[in-house]
Design a protein around this ligand. Structure first.
Ligand code: GDP
Length: 201
């Protein structure tokens, strides 16, 4: 595994609390229940790591995990469950939107998408907002252990097609997509290779 020593570092509720020593960070996004925590735990070789993001008081914030010297993995709040609209808006405008668009050490986004559901409207909004940064997106089609080979192929093709309708004309070219299963450890090495490339390891 790429990250043997990953540890929880901090919960960020305000832009002013972002770590100042970051040499590079990758943000993990996805709708609630997409399998994001499981994917982070699998990639960080740590059975409980990302579940700290689900503890009360931390679910609406950015949770930073230190992978090794100066390298962070950032767990973004899961979205898609009904919350008070005002609350979501304030969090998006005040923290998530500026973080995604303007954070200099942010290297790229990993988006976790349930392979049985593909892109939701909120996933598309997330991608469209990130697109102008010119940074890469890697999509993990999660829980592929639940799909047949045929369905897996269809999910991959469907995702690639959807991406062509988001952002600028070059955006789809900055997106990569793969099959992933935390349960069966499918695609772990592929995902690690992408992250290693981004972090410059
Ligand atoms: P999160 O809300 O996006 O962080 O999602 P979780 O990682 O908590 O997973 C949501 C649900 O999907 C849980 O019940 C997990 O056990 C299940 N799940 C996550 N990854 C997989 C997977 O690779 N295969 C299967 N079959 N279920 C998974």
């Amino acid at each position: 595994p790429l990250f043997q020593k990953a540890v929880f570092h901090t919960t960020v509720a305000r832009l002013s609390d972002l770590p100042v020593d970051s040499q590079g960070e990758v943000a993990f996004a996805g709708r609630s229940n997409a399998g994001k925590s499981s994917a982070i735990n699998t990639l960080a070789n740590h059975s409980r790591l990302a579940f700290v993001s689900k503890t009360p008081g931390r679910t609406q914030h950015l949770n930073f995990f230190l992978l090794d010297e100066g390298r962070y993995l950032v767990d973004l709040p899961g979205y898609g469950f009904a919350k008070a609209p005002g609350e979501i808006r304030a969090q998006w405008d005040g923290l998530l939107a500026p973080y995604l668009r303007f954070r200099l050490p942010l290297l790229g986004m990993v988006l976790i998408v349930d392979s049985r559901q593909l892109l939701t409207e909120l996933d598309e909004q997330m991608l469209a907002w990130f697109a102008p940064t010119g940074k890469p997106v890697h999509i993990l089609l999660s829980k592929v252990d639940k799909l047949t080979r045929m369905e897996q192929a269809r999910a991959l093709a469907g995702m690639k097609e959807s991406l062509r309708h988001i952002g600028d004309s070059e955006f789809a070219g900055r997106c990569t997509v793969q099959l992933f299963s935390s349960l069966k450890k499918t695609g772990v090495e592929t995902a690690e290779a992408v992250l290693a490339g981004w972090y410059g390891i």
